[in-house]
Design a protein around this ligand. Structure first.
Ligand code: GLU
Length: 379
């Protein structure tokens, strides 16, 4: 299939899309909200909604807009000041989304999330139901991290990562990340005039990861590296990603007209379920279990559960039902999963046979350490 045909096929099937807009896209050089961008994006959302496409927006810009309103030149280094800027900016951000969408008879619906809201599966599903109801009412969900109350333990970290989790939460079929450059280049376009845009990335392999320069800007938390990581995460859920320039007028409409704008990153063929995606990417691993080659092969090639006998070592302090990373003997992570036993118990039964569990621990929960239904093989 040609690149054009691939685009057409992908965008032609989209019923629900997550669009992430970065701080640099939504604000001007003086950190005020960019009227041109908001006008273009909300006009496009209205026009495309009329064709049956539902939009879920992940909007950065709270801190940036707060900085503009408070007259700050740089992102505050003190966490509480950054949170205060977000508290001021989130209001103006939402007021502007509402104002611009209301020109088309649509409402903005503010959804502020912390990691704590989605790391419990029930709360994750509750958030999903709320999101569906917002869409049924014809409103446009505008999601952001709840920056004002987040501290490290409940932080997503950056909105690129958040947007990739939202594709699962919203059960969307496309992720669009709008940034202030045209897409992914074969080298850094800011320092290399010959840099070429990559229109299509079939899979995010090591060569792509090496390409991506992880530079950090003063305002947004992610560089291209976090966008590629988000695309890789979405790809495992069977969702393609388009990284494109949100400052350029008409980008959204061009994407849905199947024009070659930005970089399209294709989804993986073997998509994992929503629950497995949540285990692997929404949950943060609380520890590491290193396994021997036999266990690695059984898990990766035969889809087997992890038993105590294959475990070489355990790191971290975690309880049963928590997410952990599985590494091979070289320390390379190849799987994630939910454990049936806590780290202390696993340390005592590592390397043993299943029928020795009860004898050593004095209790028996399950024969497996990670059941294959709770396990995700990465990549
Ligand atoms: N949540 C932040 C804000 O609204 C942006 C985070 C990011 O840029 O990734 O300002």
């Amino acid at each position: 299939m040609s690149a054009d045909a691939i685009r057409k096929d992908i965008v032609g099937k989209v019923r629900r899309v997550v669009v992430k807009l970065g701080s640099y896209v939504l604000t001007t050089a003086s950190w005020s909200l960019d009227r041109k961008v908001f006008t273009d994006v909300t006009d496009s959302i209205a026009a495309l909604r009329a064709t049956g496409i539902e939009f879920v927006v992940v909007s950065s810009g709270a801190v940036a807009s707060g900085m503009g309103r408070l007259g700050l030149k740089e992102r505050p280094r003190v966490l509480q000041q950054e949170q205060a800027a977000a508290a001021v900016g989130q209001i103006s951000l939402m007021a502007y989304w509402e104002k611009m969408l209301s020109r088309h008879g649509m409402h903005a619906a503010q959804i502020l999330l912390t990691h704590g809201d989605v790391r419990d599966r029930k709360r994750f599903l509750n958030a999903r139901h709320t999101l569906s109801s917002v869409l049924e009412f014809g409103a446009v969900p505008i999601i952001n991290e709840n920056d004002t109350v987040t501290v490290d333990e409940i932080k997503f970290g950056d909105n690129d990562y958040l947007s990739s989790l939202v594709t699962n939460l919203a059960q969307a079929d496309l992720l669009i990340i709008l940034t202030d450059i045209d897409g992914v280049y074969d080298c850094d376009p800011r320092t290399n005039a010959d840099a070429k845009l990559l229109p299509l990335i079939k899979t995010v392999d090591e060569s792509i990861e090496e390409l991506v320069f992880g530079s950090k800007s003063k305002i947004s938390r992610g560089g291209m590296a976090t966008k590629i990581k988000a695309a890789k995460t979405a790809a495992l859920f069977g969702v393609p990603t388009i990284i494109a320039n949100g400052k350029r007028a008409g980008t959204l409409q061009d994407i849905f007209a199947a024009k070659q704008v930005g970089t399209l990153i294709l989804p993986e063929k073997n998509k994992i379920t929503s629950r497995k995606h949540w285990i692997a990417f929404t949950l943060k691993p609380h520890g590491i279990i290193c396994v021997d080659d036999g266990a690695k092969t059984a898990m990766m090639d035969k889809g087997r559960s992890l038993l105590p006998s294959g475990i070489v070592s355990v790191k971290g302090d975690f309880g049963p039902d928590e997410a952990i990373s599985c590494c091979d003997k070289d320390g390379v992570e190849f799987a994630r999963g939910l454990v049936k036993y806590g780290s202390g118990d696993i340390d005592k039964i590592k390397g043993l046979k299943t029928d020795q569990i009860e004898e050593v621990l004095g209790h028996f929960a399950e024969p497996e350490i990670i059941h294959r239904d709770d396990m995700v093989i990465l990549g």
